[in-house]
Write a protein that binds this ligand. Structure first.
Ligand code: FAD
Ligand code: DHB
Length: 389
């Protein structure tokens, strides 16, 4: 099989890149290790920046998001038993869209299906060859048969544990990593949200986040230990812990309900440099991970493929400037999002090793933040997302 662009991974990065390339008339094939249902079953991000919203519109898949998504003009920081609103729209003129990663993925899958584009699900033993030369190849097994896909370019959109980054010789790549000493326990439940906007809570027992997927479905998180197991967290224990970390008025109002999904995610900051190796590009979680505080993971995946989609379109029109500057331009955004996610994580979580001094530093910073328009504006600018250009 021959194509112009071979994409590894049908998560949001791979699917959105495919949709953007299709709009530009560029032929491509996506190879995905899992089944479509498995990909849709992963409950992950929930907040889209304007840049991601614009890219989904550009790809022609934004209609349901505009109908069903919830535009949010602000969020609350909760500490000392009170809410402090960050007025995103008032401070920046921009807002964010609450619309789940599962829905984004479903919309992209449906559009792909309707356009008759090729996605090979359950592709096994994917391996990458010749990307340092002019004739890259991807080999894989599918339905018991060996297959080879020849392409002009390969794009690794295969997440943190994927094969693309692992195929690059270690001498050509530099990794930057920070692992945090805690995780997030997340619960999805069909109950009305406790508040009309998201609440990020800093509490002496640990961080908590009240997010949502719709007016009838919530996504709530509490900071947990890395030694915790989901089985040890009954719904009753989860809600009791969440309520302890919220202001009293929220705890009193919060509606509990049976969890539809419950999982623990570790927190990590990770960046790989560069994001291009000859005719192989990396995009999304294959190249970088942010801790979830601030919801940058999915948005970075979208902005990477936004840049790369344009760069590949320019290449086929005769200019290589875009592909030659992709790594540098993407990394400049990535590092700013890494900084914001690290800062917001550090501000909001309980770090046992920093002791009472660390706690006082957080309290001083939160107090400064909510009383300084300059500091709130800096936070809001990063939360709504930096522009693509
Ligand atoms: P992925 O979504 O990981 O997609 C990669 C795809 O590649 C997968 O479908 C995988 O099956 C496939 N693949 C992997 N290896 C191979 C292979 N060898 N061959 C073929 N296919 C392969 N972000 C937030 O903003 N907020 C959150 O609350 C949040 N929660 C998260 C919770 C978890 C548990 C995780 C892991 C991430 C979370 N994120 C969150 C981050 C966000 O979901 C990711 O940034 C986003 O999914 C990145 O999209 P992607 O397409 O780059 O990678
Ligand atoms: C969600 C996750 C985040 O990390 C965040 O900052 C906001 C919302 C969510 O899953 O809804």
């Amino acid at each position: 099989m021959r194509t112009q662009v071979a994409i590894i991974g049908a998560g949001p990065a791979g699917l959105l890149l495919g949709a953007l390339l299709h709009k530009q008339g560029i032929d491509h094939v996506i190879l995905e290790r899992q089944t479509p249902d498995y990909v849709l079953g992963r409950i992950r991000a929930g907040v889209l920046e304007q840049v991601a919203v614009d890219l989904l519109d550009e790809a022609g898949v934004g209609a349901r998001m505009h109908r069903e998504g919830l535009p949010h003009d602000g969020f609350s920081l909760a500490f000392d038993g009170r809410h402090h609103r960050i007025d995103l729209h008032g401070l920046t003129g921009k807002r964010v869209m609450v619309y789940g990663q599962t829905e984004v993925t479903r919309d992209l899958m449906d559009a792909r299906h309707a356009a008759g584009l090729t996605t090979v699900y359950e592709a096994e033993q994917v391996s990458l060859h010749g990307f340092d030369g002019t004739r890259p190849q991807v080999r894989y097994r599918h339905a018991g048969e060996d297959a080879t896909l020849e392409a002009d370019f390969i794009v690794g959109c295969d997440g943190f544990h994927g094969v693309a980054r692992a195929s690059v010789p270690p001498s050509a790549i530099q990794n930057f990593e920070k692992v945090y000493p805690f995780g997030w326990l997340g619960v999805l439940a069909d109950v009305p949200p406790v508040h009309e906007e998201l609440i990020y809570a800093n509490h002496s027992r640990g961080f908590a986040l009240c997010s949502m997927r719709s007016k009838t479905r919530v996504r709530y998180y509490v900071q947990c230990s890395l030694d915790d197991h989901v089985e040890d967290w009954s719904d009753a224990r989860f809600f009791a812990e969440l309520k302890r970390r919220l202001p009293e008025a929220d705890a009193a109002r919060l509606v509990e309900g049976p969890s539809i999904e419950k999982s623990i995610a570790p927190l990590r900051s990770f960046v790989v440099e560069p994001m291009r190796f000859g005719r192989l590009f990396l995009a999304g979680d294959a190249a970088h991970i942010v801790p979830p505080t601030g919801a940058k993971g999915l948005n970075l995946a979208a902005s990477d493929v936004g840049l790369l989609g344009r760069a590949l379109a320019e290449h086929y029109r005769g200019s290589d400037t875009g592909i030659d500057t992709y790594s540098q331009r993407a990394l400049s955004r990535v590092w700013k999002a890494e900084r914001f996610s690290w800062w917001f994580t550090t501000l909001m979580h309980r770090f046992p090793e920093t002791g009472d001094f660390g706690r006082r530093m957080q309290q001083a910073e939160l107090d400064y933040l909510v009383n300084s328009e300059a500091a709130m504006t800096a936070m809001a600018e990063n939360y709504v997302g930096l522009s693509l250009d």
